[in-house]
Design a protein around this ligand. Structure first.
Ligand code: 0RA
Length: 679
């Protein structure tokens, strides 16, 4: 999420006051969490909502990594609650001496209490959202915990974080069984939208299963008539993860590289390192790094260590085998990026997170630990897989040439810009204010919609760049080829950050880049092409929350002189209902069966209500476009976020790839592409 957006969210929670030392003493325990939920779970949007589940699952993962739990199950219940079950030791239930209540109650109600009892193992999960299950308790309308431990079955219930009664034994545990069952209903006072997305949760559980190959994770959705279930268990761990990410791309190497090892930090604590990679025959680099199961989008010392080991081992191999000449050129780390798909996972006892989104590992000791694990392993892998080694080096040498070509292409772009004066594309209708943070760039499908947008906009802060039809599919081309395309050069120039190695987020000319396409299949394709372009070549903009999707209405509902816009079918039915109610009609209106009238002709519903479907942005006049899609006070725009980067990568490669079948399946599954684009 962009920083300004995050602030907006925080303010909405009544959080605009400055944080003072007094608050810390006044607000004890969970009350603080309820007052400032965003401080603990990031935000209270659907993202924060899903983090509640991740938090509980993380605790179970810790039990698994400590060697006790094997199966973790997530159930989405009919009443909107979620149950997370594990077969670990069970949260301790003995009386806590100082606190005069059960350890269970302490774990559930005291911030960061989880580790207190945990003397033998270090906690590896968490870090970012490792805030403890007490936070989930605080933000739940109710929470019930059952613990099987020492042959007994314990139970306790809480409301908004407060225990309803002390924990008590309610029965016997099944013979020899232990574990924890936590069921909670997120609090409607905190979360506006409380609907969990099965796919979002399933994707995270799949990721956790790849990262922790000994654990089995299961998710069951009991909310609908037909239950949905997925079970994730990957014996092959990271090796299978790499193959999964690259499913839509032809592999270049025959064997996946895999290595695992450990090192010690300065306190003599164990740091675990695991990595896997392969090469495909495309050009983007897809590298996913994790610290304690959390995706470190901004990289950090583990990534630096990995790259150092890669570059050194591969150059050494090349010299030794006469592929490169001693004293001649050597290949740089950048040359090994094209077509690389890899995952690095480290488990660090005390991770330090840095960077703009706190997803960059800072622990300096990790660099040399990763190097010492990967370096020797890769050196012997290259010896044992010399055909693959040759393929990688061949690819890297071609990448080095292409990089030189790209540098020339960029120079050319710069010279061309200099020639056309001012440097900005002629088709860009720029905004008048200079303050980038408050400026918006609309990338608009088609010249006619672009024209309407230029007339309808607020020219002070809204800039319009119309685009001719479909841009180039960037998934299959190298950067210098992409830069030969004028449409794409215009987009890059307008955005201002530069691209590739020269990318600099500080030069961004607009705080919001808003993709505005028709709500039809073509529009959806163009939107995907544009998002792919931004994701592949300006990923940071997506990660920092600068990329949005405009939401034009789908319907116009007319009654006499009154006009209403509806953004989806249910809203359309709402509007009709409202109009009818105003007319004083008592009977419940039938939901409209929206048939596509001949040539999209308006449909008249009994009662003189006309419904027309907007076929494209071009059908709206400037005023309509402003009122429905561009006016910040009334529009809805979707922020494009990457909740699960590996999954997003796979999706893009599939959508843009040659294989028709997976793409068809994806589009079918995501048929409501207009309202819901989570990548
Ligand atoms: C505190 C201490 C111990 C385990 C746990 C908490 C624990 C928490 C959760 C949350 C979900 N599942 C969980 N499983 C365990 C260590 C217990 C011991 O030493 O026996």
């Amino acid at each position: 999420m962009a920083k300004n957006e995050r602030e907006e969210v925080t303010k909405k929670n009544g959080d605009s006051r400055a944080y003072t030392a007094e608050d810390i003493t006044v607000l004890k325990g969970l009350e603080a969490v309820r007052r400032r939920p965003a401080m603990y779970i990031g935000d209270v949007s659907t993202r924060g909502l899903h983090h509640l589940v991740y938090e509980v699952v993380d605790n179970s993962i810790d039990e698994a990594l400590a060697g006790y739990a094997h199966i973790i199950e997530v159930v989405l219940n009919k009443d909107g609650s979620v149950t997370v079950t594990d077969d670990g030791r069970g949260i301790p239930t003995d009386m806590h001496k100082e606190e005069k209540r059960s350890a269970l109650e302490v774990v559930m109600t005291v911030l960061h209490a989880g580790g207190k009892f945990d003397k033998n193992t270090y906690k590896v999960s968490g870090g970012l959202h490792g805030v403890g299950v007490s936070v989930v308790n605080a933000l739940s309308e109710w929470l019930e915990v059952e613990v099987m431990r020492d042959g007994n079955l314990w139970f306790q219930k809480y409301k908004r974080g407060d225990p309803v009664a002390p924990a008590k034994i309610t029965g016997k545990a099944d013979k020899g069984k232990s574990g924890t069952i936590i069921t909670f209903l997120p609090d409607g006072q905190i979360f506006k939208n409380r609907t969990f997305k099965f796919d979002t949760l399933a994707e995270r559980l799949r990721e956790l299963a790849f990262l922790n190959s000994e654990v089995t994770l299961r998710i069951i959705d009991k909310r609908n008539k037909t239950e949905q279930e997925e079970v994730f268990h990957f014996k092959g761990g990271l090796t299978e993860f790499v193959k999964y990410i690259d499913e839509g791309r032809p592999a270049l190497t025959k064997k996946v590289f895999y290595a695992k090892g450990t090192g010690k930090d300065e306190n003599n604590r164990t740091v675990e390192v695991e990595a896997a990679f392969q090469y495909n025959d495309e050009y983007s680099e897809n590298i996913f790094t994790y610290v304690n199961n959390i995706n470190t989008h901004e990289g950090g010392t583990h990534l630096v260590g990995f790259r150092t080991a890669m570059t050194r081992s591969l150059n050494n191999y090349a010299y030794k085998n006469g592929i490169l000449k001693e004293g001649g050129i050597s290949l740089s780390g950048d040359d090994f990026r094209e077509g690389f798909t890899g995952v690095i996972s480290v488990k660090v006892p005390e991770p330090q997170f840095e960077g703009q989104t706190k997803t960059k590992l800072g622990n300096s000791e990790v660099k040399s630990i990763v190097e010492s694990v990967i370096g020797p392993a890769l050196a012997s892998w290259l010896e044992e897989n010399s055909p693959d080694a040759k393929r990688i080096l061949d690819k890297a040498m071609r990448a080095a040439e292409a990089r030189e070509a790209a540098r020339k292409a960029r120079d050319l772009t710069r010279r061309k810009n200099a020639l056309s004066g001012g440097g900005l594309p002629g088709k860009l209708a720029d905004c008048s204010i200079n303050d980038a943070e408050h400026c918006e760039l609309y990338l608009v499908e088609g010249d006619s919609a672009g024209g309407s947008a230029k007339q309808g906009r607020d020219r002070r802060f809204q800039a319009i760049l119309p685009l001719k039809g479909k841009i180039l599919n960037v998934e299959k081309a190298r950067l210098h080829k992409i830069l030969e395309n004028e449409e794409i050069r215009n987009i890059f120039t307008a955005i201002g950050t530069g691209v590739g190695e020269e990318f600099n987020a500080g030069k961004l000319r607009y705080g919001k880049i808003i993709v505005m396409c028709d709500a039809d299949v073509d529009g959806s394709h163009i939107r995907t092409l544009l998002l792919t372009l931004l994701y592949r070549h300006m990923k940071e903009l997506v990660e920092l929350g600068h990329v949005y999707i405009a939401q034009p209405p789908l319907y116009k509902v007319k009654k006499g002189k009154q006009e209403f816009y509806a953004y989806d079918d249910s809203e359309r039915d709402e509007v009709i209902k409202r109009i009818k109610a105003e007319k004083g009609k008592k009977e419940e209106p039938e939901p409209v069966e929206m048939m596509e009238g001949e040539d999209g002709a308006p449909i008249v519903v009994p009662g003189g209500i006309t419904i027309s479907r907007f076929k494209g942005l071009g059908e709206m006049n400037p005023e309509q476009l402003w009122a429905t899609t561009m006016n910040p006070d009334t529009r809805t725009i979707l922020q494009v976020g990457i909740e699960n980067a590996a999954e997003a990568d796979r999706t893009f490669s599939m959508l843009m790839g040659d294989d028709v079948e997976p793409r068809r399946q994806f589009i079918e599954k995501n048929a409501k592409y207009v309202r819901n684009l989570d990548i």
